[in-house]
Design a protein around this ligand. Structure first.
Ligand code: MUC
Ligand code: MG
Length: 383
């Protein structure tokens, strides 16, 4: 019998969307996001949308918008046309056979496929991923203007609006002592009102982390993301053991594959995994990494690559299926962009992001907005 989910056509393109302010991270500042959008058509069904966003071109990891677009157009789309899109596992294996690595590119294609199949079945995507266990998740915001006064203004406004009360600070670009001073000033300004986390994005070596993390914890930080290089599991292990119960170490760049997750769990190298659909290579592989976390008594955090509402809604669907050992999510990407590419964003109520319940990822893409930000039309260059 012919599957009703035969993959008919896949198209991909790059958008360039400015951010509302410069977003400063350890490895540089970004002024725009350049997500790769994928549209996938089923022969007898609906079409779906997927997205893969990087931060600062290939600065966060090896993939860039241009490499993602190339992998999809040259290898992933051709190997999937005419295949049964309803067999997700087979689709993933086929993509792996024709193209090693390239997790971000594969995640965008798999996302569009899951959107299309769930729309064809008129079901929300979370239903195909095991069913939801959360209707909403606490939503963090990242303070990354680089300026204490502006960061505090941003935080106060978001507290008043009841949008965010978890704030993540991006550090690692300045000297560690300056970073500690910056974080301490913000912590004093927000004392008793918010949960504070930091993301070092691999910028420190083990001894810098051993020296300065206790100072951040004294200032009030309770979750520390990727303080050292992604390969430095030994340092993560030492830090996790020495910090005790005062704060949690969260792996981000260090945890991409289920094998990474196993190694971190075996070494007891962190207490939390930041889950991100793109780096894991899709929604199903996010579930695999999350399963390792659950089995190893490691908590999870719903991470972002600063996607538009397409990637953010897809991430919300998979995060909604996970257990209770979580530290909230940071699917705030749409709010950092000057505009979005959907007709309505996911609502935020009482500091929580609300999971959209419609078919697919529950959001409707605005085709006019796709055209407006299309790199082929605007003629912008790579970062
Ligand atoms: C990262 O490494 O977590 C997520 C939020 C943010 O501000 O930057 C990203 C990347
Ligand atoms: Mg991170």
């Amino acid at each position: 019998m012919q599957s009703r989910f035969v993959i008919e056509r896949i198209e991909a393109w790059i958008l360039d969307i400015p951010t509302i302010r410069p977003h400063k991270l350890a490895f540089g500042a970004i002024n725009r996001q350049s997500p790769v959008i994928v549209q996938l058509w089923l022969r007898h069904g609906a079409c779906g949308f997927g997205e893969a966003a990087t931060i600062g071109g290939p600065s966060w990891n090896e993939e860039s918008p241009e490499s993602i677009l190339h992998a999809i157009n040259a290898y992933l789309a051709p190997c999937l046309i005419g295949q049964d899109g309803g067999s997700f596992g087979r689709v993933l294996t086929r993509m792996d056979t024709f193209c090693r690595g390239n997790a971000f590119a594969k995640s965008a294609v798999e996302m569009a496929l899951i959107d299309a199949v769930s729309r064809s079945l008129e079901l929300p995507a979370y239903q195909l991923l095991g069913g939801k266990r959360h209707d909403s998740l606490p939503l963090a915001w990242t303070l990354a203007s680089g300026d204490v006064r502006k960061d505090l203004e941003e935080a106060q406004l978001r507290l008043e609006q009841k949008r965010h009360r978890i704030f993540k600070m991006k550090i690692g670009a300045r000297s560690p002592a300056d970073d500690v001073a910056h974080v301490s000033q913000i912590a004093r300004g927000l004392e008793g009102k918010a949960t504070l986390t930091v993301d070092v994005n691999q910028a420190w070596d083990g001894s810098t982390a051993r020296r300065f993390l206790p100072q951040l914890i004294d200032a009030g930080v309770t979750l520390i993301e990727q303080p050292v290089a992604k390969w430095n599991r030994e340092a993560l292990k030492v830090l996790s053991a020495s910090l005790g119960s005062s704060a949690c170490i969260m792996a981000d760049e260090s945890v991409c594959t289920p094998q990474d997750a196993m190694a971190l769990a075996r070494d007891q190298a962190c207490q939390v995994f930041s889950l991100k659909v793109a780096k894991h290579g899709g929604l199903l592989r996010t579930l695999q990494v999350a399963a390792v976390a659950e089995a190893a008594d490691i908590g999870w955090y719903g991470g972002t690559m600063l996607e538009t509402s397409i990637g953010s809604a897809a991430s919300a669907h998979v995060f909604a299926t996970l257990g209770d050992q979580h530290h909230g999510c940071e699917l705030f990407g749409p709010q950092l962009l000057v505009d979005d590419i959907v007709t309505a964003r996911m609502p935020i109520v009482d500091f929580e992001l609300q999971l959209p319940d419609g078919p697919g990822f529950g959001i409707e893409v605005d085709l006019g907005q796709l055209e407006r930000f299309d790199r082929a039309r605007t003629g912008l260059n790579a970062v």
